[in-house]
Design a protein. Structure first.
Length: 244
């Protein structure tokens, strides 16, 4: 089930705010009945009409993007900055990012028009691993990294335990390369976790999402997920195990 205004936005009818206005004006019908209540939930099986025109359901599509730095993880941006949607002019469906990578973070980002799929991959209860490689200022000891493995307290709550591995260090440059795997998606979480232990991130890249990686792609490039990959992601979210 999905909120009606969200489904209208995903179908490309209008922005979510404009979709809410259409609902309040009584221009939207669900199964032949006018709906004026915001937050009404609908499913794929419901018949939806906007101003008398039946909403055609889009085919579900799934893409893996190597997001470059300096791109917004959003469908649109009110400041006119380039968004991840701008990298998909060849896709007719109204796709959106599964979760977010901040403006200065590069790496693996999934794009889809499937709201249920996006929810399964981003809600912390499904515990989908996301692996990042961070270049940090300073060279933390094993003991200094341990709080990340136990969970650190941020302003919006304590993080779940992470897996952390030192990849390399450079004493002359006073920097280290560290791999960290989390399954949450708080805003700028990895950066804030390293800030909390006193080693600010200088550069950040998401290398893996579940079993997916960036092999064969350059920054700004993308590929469609195979039907088998989509199935495996669903299986992993539902069972916590990678299917075969």
């Amino acid at each position: 089930m999905e909120r009606l205004q969200k489904m209208l936005a995903h179908a490309g009818v209008a922005s979510r705010r404009k979709a809410e206005q259409l609902i309040l004006e009584g221009k939207v019908q669900v199964n032949g009945k006018v709906v004026r209540e915001l937050g009404t939930k609908v499913s794929e099986s419901d018949t939806i009409e906007v101003a008398g025109v039946k909403l055609e359901k889009e085919q579900k599509v799934y893409y893996l993007l190597y997001k470059p730095r300096g791109i917004i993880s959003a469908v649109t941006d009110d400041k006119g900055r380039k968004t991840v949607s701008d990298l998909f002019p060849f896709v007719p469906e109204r796709i959106f990012p599964v979760g977010r990578l901040d403006y200065e973070t590069s790496g693996l980002l999934l794009m889809t028009n499937d709201g249920d799929f996006s929810y399964m991959l981003t809600h912390p209860k499904f515990k989908i691993d996301k692996t990042y490689v961070a270049r940090v200022k300073g060279i933390p000891t094993r003991e200094q990294l341990r709080p990340l493995e136990r969970g650190v307290v941020l302003e919006d709550g304590k993080t779940a335990p992470a897996r952390v591995k030192m990849l390399s260090s450079d004493k002359k440059a006073n920097k280290a390369i560290i791999e960290i795997t989390i399954h949450e998606g708080k805003n700028r979480q990895v950066r804030r976790m390293f800030d909390a232990i006193g080693f600010p991130v200088q550069k950040l890249k998401r290398e893996r999402f579940a079993f997916l990686n960036l092999h064969g792609l350059n920054a700004g490039e993308s590929r469609e997920l195979t039907s088998h990959e989509v199935k495996l992601l669903r299986v992993q979210a539902e069972t916590g195990k990678i299917g075969s």
